[in-house]
Every structure is written in structure tokens, then in C-alpha cells.
Design a protein around this ligand. Structure first.
Ligand SMILES: [Zn+2]
Ligand SMILES: [Zn+2]
Length: 274
């Protein structure tokens, strides 16, 4: 099959011929229909984070083509979306309802001695996050797949795999935002917008979004922000202190700049968290 292979750092992706193994155990062969390009893929492609050569792509949606003999959760023909959360399903964290903190994510992969899922000339390729969506097909553990409705377009479904779960998961799982609490979100990109959705689902009373682009702030309102701040024309800490006199219960930084972290800390309520 064809795959976009990262052969070396800083060289971009090459369209190469790659071998993909047949499914064994709980593996599922997926015909890839859509694959998102996440900024993390670009980080992997330019920084020494994971081995090369590799097949990246961790926002993947497609149709189940074949099953390993032990698969129970999906069927051939199902429309599925991959998740970058690698979940064993049996450790203490998984059993206590926090599979996103699974202690044995490696259990979704083939063991080091086994023949690799992806190879070229008999030599294995690294499969990013156990997914490898930049390819015609992907071989994925069933615990990393979710079935989506037939009506859902593949391109949008693919985004569930990282952008949606990263933003909404930060709010719902990591911060565990409660009804009535206040939330401030720096950065209304794709992850930030999904954090807004998460805050709405959590029942946050105030959802304040800060960005430098008016069109992103408009999008944030569409996703459920109650207040937006353009930080090119006003000072976020002062505006947040006006909106939330006691400070913010939760601040989320989806920007990653020192100044943003400092501003986030400066607007927290007593007992709040950045
Ligand atoms: Zn991602
Ligand atoms: Zn686990």
C-alpha cells in the first residue's frame, strides 16, 4: 500500500510503498478514508521525539476491512475513528474509569519480538501512536477505535481522534470542571474550541476565551463561550478580573507562551488551577 513516510527529520513526508501485516489478536485493519494533520505530526517530523522511518497521522477515520480472531468490539464494514489514547482496558486506571491515564498503553501494540505491523523490505516502520493514519490502510488495536454513525462525514469524524479529545478531555477529565465553575481558555484554535465544548458539557457558568484573531473569537462564541477577549486590544488579566471578581476556577493554556502562563496564573481564584 501507499503511505506518507517520514524517512528522516526535517525532510517532510515521502509517498512510499509500505507493507502492512494481516490482523492478529485484537487488531483491526481499517481502510483509511480521512486523516487529519495535527501540529504534533509536524513536531514529530522536525524534532527528535520518535524513531524514523515512521508513519504518523493520529486523526484517522475509515471503514473496517478485516478483523483479528479476538476482536469483539467492531465488525467488518463499521465506520470507525481512531483515538490517540492507547488503552489496555485492564489496569487499575482503566478499571477505575480513567482509561486516558492507562498504565500499559504499550499493550495496544505488537511486542518488540513480533513482526511489525508496518514494514518495508522486511524492516519495521514506527507506527505513530499505534495508528499510522497517513496511509491507505491502518492496523489498529480495537481499544483505539470507536464506531461512528454512517451519517458522519469521515473528515469531521477524523478530528475526534486528537483535536476533540485533547481539548474536551483537558476540561472534562484532567481538570474535572464542575457545573457552575468558571473557565478561562487561552487560544481558540481547534483544540481550544473543543475545550469550549467541553466546558459547555461540564456546565461551566462562565467560559471566557482569549485570542488575538477576531474570527477565532467569533468561532469561540459559536462553540459556547460566554465572553471573549481580544488580547491585542485589551489586557486579559484586567478584563478577567472584571468579569470574574473572585478569579477563575480553571485556566487552560492552549498557546504555550511564557507570557500566557504568567497571565493565566495571575487570574486564578483561590484554589484555582492552570
Ligand atoms: Zn494531535
Ligand atoms: Zn490500562
Amino acid at each position: 500500500m501507499k503511505a506518507l513516510v517520514l524517512n528522516a527529520l526535517g525532510r517532510g513526508f515521502d509517498l512510499d510503498e509500505v507493507d502492512i501485516a494481516s490482523p492478529t489478536g485484537r487488531e483491526v485493519l481499517v481502510d483509511v478514508q480521512a486523516s487529519g494533520l495535527c501540529h504534533t505530526d509536524l513536531l514529530f517530523a522536525t524534532h527528535d521525539i520518535a524513531p524514523t522511518p515512521s508513519v504518523l497521522g493520529h486523526e484517522v477515520a475509515g471503514i473496517v476491512a478485516a478483523l483479528g480472531p479476538d476482536v469483539t468490539q467492531v465488525h467488518v464494514g463499521d465506520r470507525v475513528v481512531g483515538s490517540l489514547a492507547q488503552v489496555c482496558g485492564g489496569c487499575a486506571r482503566c478499571l477505575s474509569g480513567r482509561p486516558f491515564q492507562c498504565l500499559h498503553p504499550e499493550s495496544t501494540l505488537r511486542r518488540p519480538g513480533e513482526f511489525p505491523r508496518l514494514s518495508r523490505g522486511g524492516i519495521g516502520l514506527f507506527q505513530g501512536f499505534g495508528l499510522g493514519g497517513f496511509a491507505e490502510r491502518a492496523l489498529i488495536h480495537e481499544n483505539q477505535l470507536a464506531v461512528v454513525p454512517k451519517e458522519m462525514p469521515f473528515a469531521q469524524a477524523a478530528l475526534l481522534g486528537c483535536g476533540v479529545v485533547t481539548g474536551a478531555g483537558a476540561v472534562l477529565n484532567t481538570a474535572n470542571v464542575k457545573p457552575g465553575e468558571s473557565v478561562v481558555i487561552f487560544g481558540a484554535g481547534r483544540v481550544g474550541l473543543n475545550a469550549v465544548s467541553g466546558a459547555r458539557l461540564a456546565g461551566a457558568a462562565r467560559i471566557v476565551v482569549i485570542d488575538i484573531q477576531p474570527k477565532r473569537l467569533d468561532a469561540a462564541r459559536g462553540f459556547g463561550a460566554t465572553d471573549v477577549i481580544d488580547s491585542t486590544t485589551s489586557k486579559p488579566v484586567e478584563v478577567v478580573r472584571d468579569l470574574l471578581p473572585g478569579g477563575a476556577d480553571h485556566v487552560f493554556d492552549f498557546v504555550g507562551l511564557k507570557m500566557v502562563a504568567e497571565e493565566g496564573l495571575a487570574m486564578l481564584a483561590v484554589g484555582g488551577a492552570l
